[in-house]
Design a protein around this ligand. Structure first.
Ligand SMILES: Nc1ncnc2c1ncn2[C@@H]1O[C@H](COP(=O)(O)OP(=O)(O)OP(=O)(O)O)[C@@H](O)[C@H]1O
Ligand SMILES: [Mg+2]
Length: 209
């Protein structure tokens, strides 16, 4: 049994990550590939509890957040992601390491070396095979999140903050082109889906179909 592939969606609030994760899963299933959609923070009972804890009552120290997210990720990798990949399932995660790098690193100023070290322990060799970074002007993402009526505490932060986050994701896309593909998220859902499918076909499917 071939090991599954690991795909992550990244990008700012309202960029279309959850929408496109579902669409990609349907397409892959249509091609006969078993998929699992999961998310971070979350993905396990413990991880979802940690997510709710942090969203309810934000820690004062960004280090607290980093360590709680790292704990959730360790469990997520061991209990969900690795076993699924081992049995040939393709795993699609709605946010993963790049969100940590951008939020806890870029935005909250935690040293990249600490973040990288935690990644080495939690993710180890199981880095995503492909990361799709959905890029969108911050105003557009915020407008979408507002329309949806689910402004989280992160959404309430100022526009400049969201622009800084966007820059952080763009930097990662530029620095790691073999793992990351930048996708224009400011198009109709169907067009974004087409671009995502193109990326997955080019990078991953040519090897298995
Ligand atoms: N390409 C698109 N054009 C217009 N609206 C979109 C598009 N993609 C998604 N939406 C809508 O925008 C909102 C945000 O999309 P979605 O929840 O997929 O984003 P997200 O990146 O998962 O956001 P969050 O970071 O808040 O979880 C939803 O209401 C969704 O229906
Ligand atoms: Mg989402």
């Amino acid at each position: 049994m071939a090991r599954g592939r690991f795909i992550t969606f990244e990008g700012g609030e309202g960029a279309g990550k959850s929408t496109q994760a579902k669409r990609l899963s349907h397409r892959l299933e249509g091609a006969g590939i078993a998929t699992l959609i999961t998310r971070e923070p979350g993905g396990t009972v413990l991880g979802e509890d940690i997510r709710n804890l942090i969203l309810k009552d934000r820690p004062q120290d960004p280090l607290t957040e980093l360590l709680l997210f790292a704990a959730a990720r360790a469990e997520h990798m061991t209990a969900v992601i690795r076993p699924a990949l081992d049995e040939g399932t393709w795993v699609i995660s709605d946010r993963f390491i790049d969100s940590t790098r951008v939020y806890q690193g870029h935005l909250y100023g935690i040293e990249p070396e600490l973040i990288a070290q935690l990644e080495r322990y939690t993710v180890a060799a199981d880095l995503p095979d492909l990361t799709l970074i959905l890029d969108l002007p911050a105003e557009e993402g915020l407008a979408r999140a507002e329309l949806r009526g689910t402004l989280s505490r992160y959404d309430a932060e100022r526009l400049e903050t969201h622009e800084a986050l966007r820059e952080g994701f763009l930097e990662i896309a530029n620095r790691e082109p073999s793992r990351c593909i930048l996708i224009d998220g400011n198009l109709a859902e169907e067009s974004v889906e087409t671009a995502v499918w193109q990326a997955v076909s080019d990078r991953l499917l040519s090897m298995v179909l």
